[in-house]
Ligand binder design. Structure first.
Ligand code: 2AM
Ligand code: CA
Ligand code: CA
Ligand code: CA
Length: 266
């Protein structure tokens, strides 16, 4: 597997942040934690990781824009390129000592994601993709799962957070999906959920109310692993709508239909 120089920059930035997060994960009780909104926690670990990534990426490509969860956006002088970064995806897991969190770094060129890195520092799993070059878990080429029927499928989802999203609507979707699939999972890290679809661990996934930094890298991983990822209306506005449904050709279609199934009137 030959990585481009740009992808190597992204991988190195992710490893730096990963080391920092791994250190902080062992010292969670000593971290300063604050609330951004109801149930929406951020810690020193998130900010430190974003600073490391931002410095590393901006040093390599000073003219690119930068959109990250924990700092002000940089509008680059190079209008075509932008980094999209979540330094710690799964902060709630992290702060609860659950080793299921990731660093997500994507590169956008003229509005399209062209390179992606998702790193789980607790398992040393590095997911990478470049447009047209395939998706990889460490050195192994990835392919989405081949299952065609929802009744055989394990489906991941996100659960709306305290004070956010439409909880009633989600419960209806969940009930419909639960009634059709072999099993449901909820990791609490959207970028890992998407990486799991790319790796064939999850047959499908859907979630609403996400941010661009949760989605950008994972979407390219899935496409480069031969899968489908769209917004919930079937279009390509995932980053703008914050919605996503993903799977192989068959599961993507079937899951989209079940998520949209009308509510029974009696
Ligand atoms: P985060 O850990 O980077 O904030 C899980 O469904 C996804 O929602 C995660 O990617 C998580 O990203 C995000 N998330 C968790 N709690 C949230 C909250 N209270 N408000 C908004 N997003 C949240
Ligand atoms: Ca957050
Ligand atoms: Ca996130
Ligand atoms: Ca985050």
């Amino acid at each position: 597997m030959a990585r481009s120089a740009l992808l190597n920059v992204m991988v190195q930035a992710a490893f730096k942040a990963g080391k920092s997060l791994a250190r902080d994960f062992g010292e969670v009780q000593n971290l300063q934690v604050s609330l951004k909104g109801p149930g929406d926690y951020v810690s020193q670990a998130d900010r430190k990781a974003e600073k490391l990534i931002r410095e590393e990426l901006m040093k390599a490509r000073p003219t690119y824009g930068f959109l990250g969860e924990e700092s002000d956006e940089i509008i680059g002088t190079d209008g075509a390129h932008r980094w999209i970064v979540d330094p710690l995806d799964g902060t709630t897991n992290f702060l609860h000592g659950i080793p299921c969190f990731a660093i997500s770094i994507a590169l956008e060129r003229n509005g399209e994601i062209v390179a992606a890195v998702v790193l789980n520092p607790a398992t040393d799993e590095l997911f990478t993709a470049e447009r047209g070059g395939g998706a990889f878990l460490n050195d192994r080429r990835l392919r989405v799962a081949a299952r065609k029927n929802l009744s055989d499928a394990v489906i991941g989802c996100g659960v709306p957070h305290l004070g956010r999203g439409n909880h009633g609507k989600f419960l209806i979707e969940l009930r419909h999906v639960m009634g059709e699939v072999a099993g449901m999972r909820r990791l609490g890290s959207a970028s890992l959920d998407l990486a799991y679809v790319a790796a064939g661990r999850f047959d499908g996934f859907w979630e609403r109310d996400l941010a661009p930094w949760d989605l950008a890298a994972g979407i390219l991983l899935i496409r480069e692993a031969g899968g489908y990822a769209t917004d919930l209306a079937g279009g390509s506005a995932m980053l703008d709508t914050g919605t996503v449904v993903a799977g192989n050709e068959y599961i993507h279609k079937a899951l989209s239909e079940v998520v949209h199934r009308p509510v029974p009137t009696r």
